[in-house]
Design a protein around this ligand. Sequence first.
Ligand code: PLP
Length: 365
Amino acid sequence: MAVSYHRPTKIIVDLQAIQQNLANEIKHNQGKDVFVAVKANGYGHGAVPVAKAALAAGAMGLCVATLDEAIELREQGIEAPILLLGLLPLSAVAVAEEYRVAVAVASLAWLKQAQPEIRHALKIHLAIDTGMGRIGFQKSEDVQQAVNYLLSEEVFDFEGIFTHFSTADQADTTYWEKQHQRFNDILTGLSHLPKYVHTSNSATTLWHEGVGNMVRYGIALYGLNPSGNDLDVSYPLQPALSLESELIQVKKVAKGEGIGYGKTYVTPKEEWIGTVPIGYADGYVRKMQGFHVLVEGQYCEIVGRVCMDQLMIRLPHAIEEGTKVTLIGKNQGAQITLQEIADYLDTIHYEVICLFSERIPREYL
Ligand SMILES: Cc1ncc(COP(=O)(O)O)c(C=O)c1O
């Protein structure tokens, strides 16, 4: 996809905010190695710049969801440890080895089939499904068999064992405790523990005493509260992402005129309407109709349907074309947060940031 540099719409990422969030986490977690999650293009912030900033600020490694995300990092000269959190197809084992990517594994059968594909060494993290129901071993006996096999085959470097919690961001800790207990039971029964034992995503490190010596730090790195509005964070999180554009046209529209496809908005009186060059092809979805943006510190409603590449807003008065429009972030003392957008869309901020397409250039502070 062509990145649209010749258009005033841009995402601005404050890398210092990312480094500050990481510094707070490193202080908070008392000696655990922090691997930062830069999957999904660094949660939409840009995987490579975020990874470089985080590594410079003390991150010990990176987590990705697909092998191609790891390859992108390696091809940009990043040498730090990378852990692939998703399961790798057997056909890509040699590629993972070539790019020195540690992989999550969920079955002995996979290990046995992968073994002949490995030339020298592949780092393995055993995934344990303690109640997320997604990937991983479920039974202690199966984990022990996999460990035995890993230790018996020279091509494997048994580097980690981990689980993932499904409710770490909730006030009710009952299910978290059940998962934690299951994981501990499996660990206790094992003959050998690897270098890394890890359970903590952002929510776990913020609100629980999870077992282990490594953290997989994702959403909080970007300054967002994993629980949305539900739980208070134990150290300040600084949001890193802003989304800005400009008014590309401003016009006076007579009373009774339709705005946008389907004529879903009709001006109730003479109004000033501004057009902003961002639309659903950028990931600013049609459901944002009726929400607002900021112009000169004032909230301006999005009127009419969001188009593929543009949207229209109602201005309080005539405002000069070229004036800054803030869709996420601060503008003259007022602010729009990702959480407010998530609430408006009835979803989570994780999803909102992942929606922003490659078409929007990312600028780094
Ligand atoms: C296995 C695993 N670990 C860690 C993370 C990071 O989670 P968060 O962004 O909530 O910190 C994720 C993200 O979904 C994940 O799937």
